[in-house]
Design a protein. Structure first.
Length: 227
């Protein structure tokens, strides 16, 4: 699974948190031109919100035209994360602030055929986790406080994105660098310039009348800025 999805370049991952939950199958079909369908899983413990769980992810995996990128904003990811890989998620990201054994969990996810991602909140220093890069396929730098969609982008997180890109380049590893939170036509270029290559956009895509056109615009802006 990881090998077949290890494409290089700009990737757009619309967050279904901003979609119409009563029409999820139709909503994921609207974003078939994207690279991933980003699924925010929240448990009302790690973050003050409750969203989708395993049954919905399993159902989505059967109908989505693109692979699922699950972002677990939950406590006890060591216990629950493997289930999302088993349910059909092609990428599973858990939070550094919640995990007990990040290396062991990353290896479990990879053994199940999923890409393993590590996420850090805006106020979490990234330095302590850079030495773990060989164990991961993706590093997610949150650019808003996790828990709710539609928040304004935090420019203060961009130096962290730059530092992460420097570390990835120095390592020689093919680790993707994702940003999530407030990403849209007004902010994606700054993220790309800082070194991100995977962009989670929620309301910027699902709030557009033509989702495919908006995805194309975001991809063009990021590609031009990142080049």
């Amino acid at each position: 699974m990881r090998g077949s999805l290890a494409c290089v370049g700009i990737q757009i991952a619309p967050s279904i948190l901003s979609s119409d939950f009563t029409r999820l199958a139709e909503e994921v079909d609207r974003i078939r031109d994207a690279d991933w369908a980003h699924v925010d899983v929240m448990d009302n413990h790690f973050v003050p919100n409750l969203t989708l769980g395993l049954p919905i992810v399993e159902a989505l995996a059967k109908v989505s035209p693109i692979p699922l990128d699950c972002h677990l904003m939950i406590t006890e990811p060591d216990r629950w994360a493997p289930g999302y890989a088993e349910a059909g998620a092609a990428s599973v990201t858990f939070h550094a602030e919640a995990v007990q054994a990040p290396i062991r969990l990353a290896r479990q996810l990879r053994a199940l055929g999923a890409r393993a991602g590590l996420a850090v909140k805006p106020d979490t220093p990234i330095e302590a986790y850079l030495e773990l890069l060989p164990e991961f396929d993706m590093l997610l730098v949150m650019t808003v406080e996790p828990g709710f969609g539609g928040q304004p982008f935090l420019d203060a997180c961009l130096p962290k994105v730059r530092r992460a890109r420097e570390a990835i380049e120095a390592s020689g590893l093919e680790v993707w660098l994702q940003v999530d939170g407030g990403v849209g036509v007004d902010t994606i270029e700054r993220c790309a310039q800082a070194g991100a290559d995977v962009f989670v956009a929620g309301s910027a895509v699902f709030g557009a009348e033509d989702a495919a056109a908006r995805i194309a615009t975001l991809r063009r802006l990021a590609t031009h800025a990142g080049g």
